[in-house]
Design a protein around this ligand. Structure first.
Ligand SMILES: [Zn+2]
Ligand SMILES: [Zn+2]
Length: 435
């Protein structure tokens, strides 16, 4: 059934089913050769752009609950164009409305009502959470460093693509500067931990509500992993990166701070410490040298701990970012933890000349703070390289998830639809028509 002609795009009918077919799917059980059936047979129902299968026998005709539905495949996340500003995570209309409300209060001379942490005071309930996130972050770095001694990662020297498997892939999706001369094949080199866990650094602020960083003063501030900075601002004390803990809240009228909660002198940035300091564990720098190859029998356990830590960091960062403000540049990957962004003129992205090199600050998303860095999911890491002609059968996963899976971890169900784990990849494009 569903025979398409040989054009590559036609094949995508397997993925993008029109919702018109929904009503037929209950009678129409899927028996296409491209799906791997696992034990019990299923009935299928459709969601937008995907379809979900339910076991008729186990649901006994009842309407399946939402959590029973596991879509079999979902679209890949869109790649944002480089010649455009990123969309606002909060609709512009809402931002403007809030701005107008602030201004109105300010014109009447009324202070802006500020709850912790927006008034510079810690939220006590979030302090343990910040500790949990930082602990998980360290486990994630350590685990990944150990796994990367065992799991091979290839990185393209011309673009940001990486590939996790014994051999690199032969998929022609390189958009690097010289890709035309390579017919869009990637230029593979050995990957590093920073290709898997993309470093997002930000300035450490002793007082995020204090002086704004200027272009000229930028060297007075340390650059540290943004997640670590978020944990510090949410209550973790790290002696090398001191933070101001206010007792008296700041007060604002409109966008102007009228009371900074008393003045204190900012300490100087920290002097590089000896290797014994625990701050080396907060960073991926030289992580592979710090953590030797693990005993081979321990690998699946480390993989499971690593993916659990990855999930915990993502969950915790999502929660912290609901309370603590993080800004991201709308044009590049710069992130700033704190309420106001900074004024270092280092933005080299789209139309930076128009902004005098300043970043265009907007609210950050969790993905900007903790980029998933999607890679192709490889069903058989020791098998033949993935090919362009079969790419519509392949799925994707966050790089860390793919590394952990290949090292023996059990992957949370939520990743499976995009990984297209139920799809049987034919050996080559012709097999499908012969079958
Ligand atoms: Zn490339
Ligand atoms: Zn920027």
């Amino acid at each position: 059934m569903f025979h398409s002609d040989s054009s590559a795009d036609q094949g995508s009918i397997f993925y993008v089913f029109s919702s018109l077919v929904v009503s037929h799917m209950h009678q129409l059980c899927f028996s296409s050769t491209i799906f791997r059936h696992t034990g019990h047979h299923t009935n299928c129902s459709l969601g937008p752009g995907s379809f979900a299968c339910f076991d008729r026998n186990s649901t006994h005709g009842r309407k399946p609950k939402k959590r029973d539905r596991i879509p079999q495949n979902v679209e890949f996340p869109p790649v944002l164009p480089k010649n455009k500003k990123k969309p606002y995570p909060i609709p512009l209309k809402k931002i403007q409305e809030a701005g107008r409300a602030d201004k109105k209060l300010a014109q009447m001379g009324i202070e802006k009502p500020l709850e912790p942490p927006k008034n510079g005071v810690l939220v006590p309930e979030f302090v343990p959470l910040a500790h949990q996130v930082l602990d998980a972050w360290k486990v994630l770095i350590k685990g990944l460093a150990q796994l990367l001694h065992v799991i091979p990662v290839h990185a393209c020297s011309e673009c940001s693509m990486i590939h996790v498997a014994e051999t690199h892939n032969e998929i022609q999706d390189c958009y690097g500067p010289t890709s035309a001369s390579r017919r869009s094949y990637h230029s593979w080199v050995k990957g590093s931990i920073n290709d898997v866990l993309v470093p997002i650094d930000s300035y450490h602020m002793y007082d995020p509500f204090g002086h704004r960083i200027k272009h000229e003063t930028r060297f007075n501030y340390d650059r540290i992993p943004a997640i670590v900075e978020l944990c510090i601002q949410a209550g973790v004390n790290i002696p090398e990166y001191p933070a101001r803990r206010r007792k008296r809240p700041i007060r604002m009228i409109g966008r102007k701070v009228i009371d900074i909660g008393g003045y204190v002198e900012e300490p100087k940035p920290h002097i590089p410490v000896d290797k014994e300091s625990s701050i080396v564990d907060l960073d991926t720098h030289q992580a592979l040298e710090r953590f030797p190859p693990p005993p081979i029998l321990d690998v699946p356990k480390i993989a499971q701990e690593t993916i659990n830590a990855y999930e915990k960091v993502k969950w915790g960062v999502t929660k912290l970012m609901k309370k603590y403000t993080v800004k991201a540049c709308g044009y590049c990957s710069e992130v700033h933890v704190g309420p106001w962004g900074h004024n270092a003129k280092l933005c080299g992205a789209f139309k930076h000349q128009w902004r005098d090199g300043k970043h265009g600050w907007q609210d950050a998303t969790v993905e900007e703070m903790f980029p998933p860095n999607y890679v192709w999911h490889v069903q058989d890491p020791k098998g033949p390289p993935l090919k362009s002609s079969l790419r519509r059968y392949y799925g994707k996963a966050p790089a860390v998830v793919e590394v952990c899976l290949q090292a023996g971890a059990i992957v949370p169900d939520k990743y499976k639809p995009m990984m297209r784990m139920d799809i049987v990849v034919p050996e080559n494009e012709e097999t499908r028509f012969v079958a």
